[in-house]
Design a protein around this ligand. Structure first.
Ligand code: ZN
Length: 268
């Protein structure tokens, strides 16, 4: 059996982007490790959600641990950087933010976890981090460098299938149950075109658990949120596949699982 390390920017990214893949890997007997760069301190939170003295970062760490338990994760590590906020926000300049982190030092921190875990497979993000958030771009850079430093051979960039997204959006717009705080996104800059995607993991068998893991991030994804207001049918359509770009040159297209051939020739 192998070890899969999923690298994410903020709490809740793991459930949305790779939650199904993590749970399927765990169910297949692999060890699954979640590394999160920040505690998502710049997220929005409604009044009355936090108790007195509690910070959003503390709440989001707890939510991450609850979601990770639902996703079969054996170990959760926070790199401990601060959320950099959306592109252009003053928080981008915070010296403790992930965006301002020393690149080699951050990469070495990540590499140390990969070495410790003898990681066989690692996932990070595509080059624009899915939608351009500075912390997501940084996961791409630091993740690749960390994998290089640790010698992790199988590297995937988690992404969204831009072409599928269009079809999903049309279905959501037709869905009587859909509520309308639909995220504003520029579809031409979001995710990756299907032609670049090497690997599509069918997570339909675990999509209910994936929804539960998303719901565990209740400070960010409430029951009245866009995602959780989708009907079960539309949710299953929107979240039943997870997409990756394999970057080690071993596969161009059509791969269905991240461990295919990943353990061949490995010592363990
Ligand atoms: Zn994020």
């Amino acid at each position: 059996m192998g070890t899969y390390v999923a690298f994410h920017a903020h709490p809740d990214d793991e459930a949305i982007a790779t939650g199904g893949t993590m749970l399927l890997a765990s169910k297949a007997g692999h060890r699954v490790v979640l590394v999160v760069a920040t505690r998502g301190e710049c997220g929005e939170v409604a009044d009355g959600v936090l108790v007195s003295g509690e910070t959003l970062g503390q709440r989001r760490e707890e939510e991450t641990r609850a979601a990770a338990a639902l996703l079969g994760v054996s170990r959760v590590e926070f790199l401990g950087y601060r959320d950099s906020g959306m592109d252009g926000e003053p928080t981008n300049d915070d010296p403790s933010s992930f965006w301002q982190a020393d690149f080699e030092e951050a990469s070495e921190r990540f590499a140390a976890i990969l070495r410790d875990e003898s990681a066989d497979v690692v996932s990070l993000y595509d080059e624009h981090g899915g939608y351009g958030h500075p912390d997501h771009v940084q996961v791409h850079r630091v993740g690749h460098r960390g994998a290089e430093l640790a010698g992790t051979r199988r590297v995937y960039e988690a992404t969204m299938n831009r072409d599928r997204l269009r079809a999903i959006r049309e279905a959501v717009e037709d869905d009587a149950n859909a509520i309308t705080d639909e995220p504003e996104i520029d579809e031409d800059a979001f995710g990756s075109p299907e032609a670049l995607i090497t690997t599509t993991v069918d997570v339909s068998s675990v999509v209910v658990a994936k929804r539960d893991a998303m719901a565990a991030h209740a400070s960010q994804i409430g029951e009245d949120s866009f995602f959780l207001q989708m009907s079960p049918e539309v949710f299953a359509m929107a979240f039943a596949e997870e997409w990756f770009i394999r970057t080690d040159g071993g596969r161009n297209h059509g791969e269905k699982w991240i461990f295919d051939g990943a353990l061949e020739g490995a010592a363990s």
